[in-house]
Design a protein around this ligand. Structure first.
Ligand SMILES: [Fe+2]
Ligand SMILES: [Fe+2]
Length: 231
């Protein structure tokens, strides 16, 4: 499976709201996977619900942000539905959700375990597609889902999970990495003393040592303007 790291053109080639192959063959799979996300870990610190809400928020924020970047309504909708599955790998039976809720800062080994969810997500989608017709397996929407799953933790300086550099990523990939960090960092973790506000988090993305050189400057500035103008 080849993961496409620039999905900017591909996302404009279909319309998830009006696509016979997706309607017939993918809708039931998507509904099943979404149910799995909601059910997942329901009794482990309600983590399944936290993940589901993060997926819904990042999808909505991303769809709206893409439009401000000049993408079409159609592309925004395609992004919305594909991105709902970006953290699906966390529901994989080989993945321990407790690793996100440690009472301490994650150790290097725990950090490594957390990373596994990107590829496990791709694996899960592939598993569900095994018996699907070729037109679905090769559908652009499936490529977009895979790409968002595997590449939402990249950093333009090459320090992300797959080590891609900025010039290897399209604008949507750069954008989801920012949006995922923005929303994910505002989820309260037991080792933190308080939950971050949007203003604090935007400042952190722009100025903190942790994120120096991590994001595309231009897209980050556009995202900050977009977020401040929303509230
Ligand atoms: Fe993730
Ligand atoms: Fe995420």
């Amino acid at each position: 499976m080849v993961i496409i790291s620039d999905i900017d053109a591909l996302i404009e080639t279909y319309d998830v709201r009006n696509d016979e192959i997706l309607d017939t063959h993918f809708k039931p799979i998507r509904q099943r996977l979404w149910q799995d996300i909601r059910n997942y870990g329901a009794d482990i610190n309600k983590y399944g619900m936290i993940v589901a809400q993060h997926l819904e928020r990042t999808s909505q924020i991303g769809a709206d942000f893409l439009k401000t970047l000049g993408f079409s309504d159609k592309a925004a909708q395609n992004f919305y539905y594909a991105n709902l599955l970006h953290d699906l790998g966390k529901t994989h039976r080989n993945y321990d959700p407790n690793v996100w809720q440690t009472p301490h800062r994650p150790t290097p080994q725990e950090r490594e375990e957390k990373r596994g969810h990107t590829r496990l997500g791709v694996e899960l989608v592939d598993l569900f597609l095994l018996k699907s017709p070729n037109e679905l397996q090769e559908h652009p929407h499936v490529h977009i889902i895979h790409s968002l799953q595997q590449l939402h933790h990249e950093r333009v300086d090459g320090t992300g999970y797959e080590g891609l550099k900025g010039n290897q990523m399209g604008r949507i990939t750069k954008a989801i990495c920012i949006i995922d960090a923005y929303d994910g960092d505002m989820i309260y973790r037991p080792h933190q003393d308080h939950q971050r506000t949007p203003e604090e988090e935007l400042k952190r993305l722009k100025k903190s040592e942790k994120y120096q050189g991590a994001f595309d400057e231009e897209i980050l500035d556009q995202f900050i303007d977009f977020t401040l103008s929303r509230d």
